[in-house]
Design a protein around this ligand. Structure first.
Ligand code: 9D3
Length: 250
């Protein structure tokens, strides 16, 4: 898969791609990230990529022409690549997007600085606008890097032996169960006995209940969009009742 990134700060992508899983995947040829400086498509002595907003107001706006020229050139190499605009107004990026976008042959990320983009960029040049969450960052580069990371780990071969994207708990829509390793007692805290029992059926049941419990406690809204087995529903109903009882005791 080929990721093209349009940015004023291509250097921001270097070190995250030189470590660990993504570095290995790039060496293996499973993916490629090409960063491009938008300034290369800007005109004039100062190669300006921003300008003051029509109608007045604070801050600067990204000019449309350098962006249009850059996208036109990248699309010659990758005609089917979707153009993704990074912006706080975008669709909230989710695991499902990461999985779906990993099936694309290539993607073009457009990262902004300043107050945002000239609206006409959205109208003709962009396929989808994405946000990575409701907090304000200094630009679209880290969001693009986050999306590249999340998409890449779904590509065949990228995770190698360290895990499988299919068994990620977000795939089934629940939070993960608690994990433990040695020592069996740390700072007076015991590992749950069931995990030392060797009874793999009981362990699987306990882990599923922990997933349901954590999701109920921390992210109850996730339970609305999750496929639950009959057994899950029974356990969840019991957990809900126990939570109610615990509330009356407090
Ligand atoms: C005053 C209006 N601001 C919007 C909240 C302007 C503005 C601030 C910061 C516009 C862009 C930015 C930089 N952020 C991004 O480019 C960005 C972003 C983010 O800030 N949060 C979550 N996802 C994203 S994707 C791109």
């Amino acid at each position: 898969m080929i990721f093209d990134v349009l940015t004023l700060f291509p250097g921001m992508f270097d070190s995250p791609l030189q470590e660990s899983i993504l570095a290995r995947a790039i060496k293996q040829g499973l993916l490629e990230v090409r960063t491009h400086n938008l300034r290369d498509w800007a005109e004039g002595k100062h190669q300006t990529t921003d300008d003051t907003p029509y109608g007045g107001g604070d801050g600067m706006v990204m000019k449309p022409e350098p962006i249009a020229r850059a996208i036109a050139e990248l699309k010659q190499q990758a005609p089917s690549a979707k153009v993704l605009l990074m912006s706080p107004q975008g669709v909230p990026f989710k695991q499902q997007h990461a999985r779906e976008l990993s099936r694309e042959p290539g993607l073009i990320f457009l990262c902004g600085r300043y107050e945002g983009f000239d609206e006409r960029v959205r109208q003709t040049l962009v396929d989808v606008e994405f946000s990575i969450g409701d907090f304000v960052l200094t630009g679209g580069e880290l969001p693009a890097m986050v999306m590249i990371d999340a998409i890449s780990r779904n590509l065949p071969g990228v995770l190698g032996s360290s895990g499988s994207a299919e068994t990620d708990s977000f795939v089934d829509g629940l939070l993960e169960y608690p994990q433990y390793t040695r020592p069996a007692v740390f700072d007076g805290m015991q590992v749950p006995e069931i995990l030392l029992s060797g009874n793999h059926g009981k362990i699987a049941e306990w882990r599923r209940e922990q997933q349901l419990f954590r999701t109920l406690q921390r992210r109850p809204e996730l339970l609305d969009n999750v496929q639950l087995s009959d057994q899950d529903s029974v356990v969840l109903e019991r957990l809900r009742k126990e939570t109610e009882i615990a509330k009356t005791i407090r």
